[in-house]
Design a binder for this molecule. Structure first.
Ligand SMILES: NC(=O)c1ccc[n+]([C@@H]2O[C@H](COP(=O)([O-])OP(=O)(O)OC[C@H]3O[C@@H](n4cnc5c(N)ncnc54)[C@H](OP(=O)(O)O)[C@@H]3O)[C@@H](O)[C@H]2O)c1
Length: 311
């Protein structure tokens, strides 16, 4: 089968299209014929930091068709259309086939295409975890989304709207229209406006991208507000992990998300997509052979919405 294999020694690009052996599913595994993969910041960041998947194949968000199943598999059968997050299962999506445990997969809703559905694993599920589980979002609340344009941010924006919140989106001017189209109530251009110095106060702040001080985030919280750091610069993440708890005093809470793949969350966002409550926004499509180019673009940190690789 064809796969994009990491090869450190290749001088042109470490991501090389190779012909390798097709995997065989173990007893508890399902063999998937991959149709699409969506890339996430985790893929490009891991590549940059030299954190290489066990089988040297990147790609965690997949959608595809069950080709065959191991002998202990109870639920899925050949021909089922599925999607999954392979972050906890050694990645491996950038290939024609991947063998994964059944528990990584959920059924793709029939009325959604593979390319729409594949945008959900990692991006939409991370946004859901941050907003619903850590952020405890409530209807009518005022929510600030810092980094509303990327994969996680564009779903966070839609989910905040779905949960009935008033949303202020922070992105650069080129993504203003995208944030407005996803029903942001207010859009702030971070190149012109520093929200940490403004007078608005929020019930929930999601720090998805950017690099601000923890005190800045804390300052814009209402008295019982919650700030959830999801990502952004390494410095922003480290500050949140090591010092966030110290600033969780007097009613305000500073939390850091470390999302684990959860099929229930994936089913939840897949249902919202199928019901038209959220939509998949795809910025660019690539072929498998163009994966290195797609990863390079993503690594610059300014790709809006999602990037989809068609296998
Ligand atoms: N905690 C977890 O468990 C978890 C899980 C998944 C992802 N993450 C993290 O979440 C972050 C987002 O992931 P992703 O896949 O959504 O990334 P992404 O799609 O690559 O994000 C790109 C977007 O970030 C925006 N951006 C860049 N610099 C910004 C700034 N200074 N202020 C505001 N927006 C800015 C860009 O919009 P502009 O062009 O408008 O700047 C761009 O559209 C990453 O840091 C990732 O590592 C964390």
């Amino acid at each position: 089968m064809k796969a994009i294999v990491y090869d450190k020694k290749n001088s042109r690009s470490p991501l090389q299209l190779r012909e390798i052996e097709k995997p065989q599913p173990l007893d508890d595994e399902v063999l998937i014929k991959v149709v699409c993969v969506s890339l996430n910041a985790a893929d490009s960041r891991s590549l940059k930091l030299g954190i290489i998947p066990k089988k040297r194949i990147f790609g965690s968000a997949i959608a595809g068709i069950v080709e065959s199943v191991g002998k202990n598999i109870q639920q899925l059968k050949p021909g089922d259309a599925v999607l999954g997050d392979l972050s906890d299962f050694s990645f491996g999506g950038l290939a024609e086939y991947v063998a994964v445990p059944e528990k990584a997969l959920v059924l793709k809703p029939q009325n959604t295409s593979f390319e729409e559905a594949v945008t959900l694993p990692v991006a939409a599920t991370t946004a859901l975890k941050a907003m619903r589980d850590l952020g405890k979002i409530q209807e009518g609340q005022s929510v600030l989304i810092v980094g509303s344009a990327g994969g996680v941010g564009s779903f966070a924006l839609q989910l905040a709207h779905y949960f009935g919140a008033k949303v202020t989106a922070v992105c650069s001017s080129k993504n203003r229209e995208q944030s407005l189209s996803l029903k942001a109530d207010v859009v702030l251009d971070y190149t012109q406006h520093d929200f940490t110095k403004g007078n608005h106060r929020y019930d929930l702040v999601l720090a998805i991208n950017g690099n601000y001080s923890l005190l800045g985030y804390r300052r814009v919280l209402k008295p019982n507000g919650i700030c959830v750091t999801v990502g952004g610069s390494l410095s922003q993440i480290l500050k949140s992990v090591f010092f966030g708890w110290m600033l969780s005093v007097g009613g305000k809470r500073m939390k850091t998300l470390s999302a684990k793949a959860d099929p229930k969350d994936l089913e939840y966002v897949a249902r919202l997509l199928a019901e038209g409550k959220i939509k998949a926004l795809i910025f660019k499509h690539y072929t498998l052979a163009e994966s290195a180019e797609a990863m390079e673009m993503l690594s610059k940190g300014h790709t809006p919405a999602k990037v989809v690789i068609h296998i």
